[in-house]
Design a protein around this ligand. Structure first.
Ligand code: NAD
Length: 375
């Protein structure tokens, strides 16, 4: 694993829990973790259960006792690490977004195809049981023809103008702001649930244009380094409209300025026979409405997606004994491990990462040109 903070902790935890709850076709061995600061990476290795550490990711790639590279570093590092890992024949899981640009993303996809290794991108929200179940209902035709997808991903952790200029706010490190950090998840969910995008039109805004220099300090917290200010070079908020190949219309909003919304990743899908709503802050629940319900009893019903018949949750606790954010990563990495044994790259993989990156690029281009963009 390369990196050991927010997502490093998340993936480390998931690998440890997978064989506890599931029977993967291969068991992960936490062999080595890398980071640039020796004392910090040593401490992380001990705490999270890694057998050894390196202070340069290139050393991980050279090692014969490592089969998988897990990339949990900022976005500008993904391409170089993934391409080097593929050339060394390692299987790869990388955090999202795949890269900074479409060109980089395509090179990464070419490299994994050429090396014939298993690859996945970590759009974990697909693996929330309620979201998997929503997909099943849509696939079974329970909503009929889809008319609308309405997706908002709302956070509020950078509203305070004294929140520092961390890597997430620098275009050369992150690619884009709210768009690539959280909007990319909504795009992936819409592709998973509704289908492929056809065209879109967007607008983007940066509300706070300068911030004190600083760095992330775990989770979504950060520390300023002093009084020196720097320019914010990404969007604070992005909104866009889309048309899908199947004729559905989409309305999307990604912002880190929606006060009171800590991680409100939500969607509503309306079809001719019914509707579905989901919200990450109540992630075990799915709201469903079916137009053929008896008159007088019509309306959204609330399903607690924790029954044995629901995806993944049968591996945990009795119905109603709910699960959390970290479980979405357990499910995704469980599929990744099985993919390695089966010689497949479960979705979402680098191909999905490239398509997602093209949509991110189209959103940026549309905001700049004030035109609809065809994908
Ligand atoms: N799937 C999700 O829901 C989700 C959530 C958060 C972050 N992410 C993604 O995960 C990745 C990491 O985000 P994070 O929140 O864990 O970041 P973070 O700032 O908490 O941790 C980044 C880690 O990378 C290391 N690092 C930074 N620059 C490096 C470099 N040049 N070379 C080697 N190591 C370097 C840091 O020391 C740290 O260990 C990003 O791509 C981000 O978009 C995904």
């Amino acid at each position: 694993m390369v990196g050991y903070q927010f997502m490093g902790k998340m993936h480390s935890h998931a690998y440890r829990d997978i064989p506890f709850f599931f029977d993967p076709k291969v068991k992960p061995v936490l062999q080595a973790i890398s980071g640039r600061n020796e004392s910090a990476v040593k401490e992380a290795a001990e705490k999270m259960g890694w057998a050894s550490y390196e202070t340069d990711w290139r050393r991980l790639i050279e090692r014969d006792d490592i089969d998988v590279i897990d990339i949990v570093t900022p976005n500008h590092t993904h391409a170089e690490i993934a391409i080097a890992a593929a050339e060394a024949g390692k299987h790869i899981i990388t955090e999202k977004p795949l890269a900074l640009t479409v060109e980089e993303a395509e090179r990464m996809y070419e490299a994994v195809k050429k090396a014939n290794v298993t690859h996945m991108i970590c759009h974990n929200y697909r693996f929330v049981p309620a979201v998997q179940y929503a997909r099943k209902l849509i696939e079974e035709g329970r909503l009929g023809r889809i008319f609308h997808v309405r997706a908002n991903y709302l956070q509020d952790f950078i509203i305070d103008p004294s929140f520092p200029l961390v890597w997430r706010l620098k275009k050369e490190v992150s690619g884009s702001g709210a768009l690539g950090d959280i909007g990319a998840h909504s795009i992936d969910l819409a592709r998973f649930l509704v289908g492929d995008f056809k065209e879109l039109v967007s607008t983007m805004e940066t509300f706070v244009k300068e911030r004190p220099i600083g760095e992330m300090s775990g989770g979504l917290s950060a520390k300023a380094e002093g009084d020196e200010m720097g320019e914010v070079t990404v969007d604070d908020a992005t909104c866009f409209l889309a048309r899908f190949e199947n004729g559905a219309l989409g309305v999307f909003e990604a912002t880190r300025f929606a006060g009171g919304n800590r991680n409100k990743n939500k969607f509503e899908i309306n079809g001719e026979k019914g509707s579905i709503r989901w919200d990450m802050e109540n992630m075990n629940n799915l709201e469903v409405y079916f137009a053929d319900d008896e008159p007088g009893l019509q309306g959204f019903r609330l399903i607690n997606v924790t029954e044995e018949v629901h995806p993944y949750v049968g591996a945990y606790w009795p119905a109603g004994h709910i699960i959390g954010y970290e479980h979405s990563f357990i499910h995704l990495l469980y599929e990744f491990l099985n993919g390695i044994v089966e010689g497949t790259s479960p979705k979402p993989n680098f191909e999905d990462g490239v398509i997602n990156q093209k949509i991110l690029a189209a959103v940026e281009k549309s905001a700049e040109t004030k035109q609809w963009i065809t994908l």
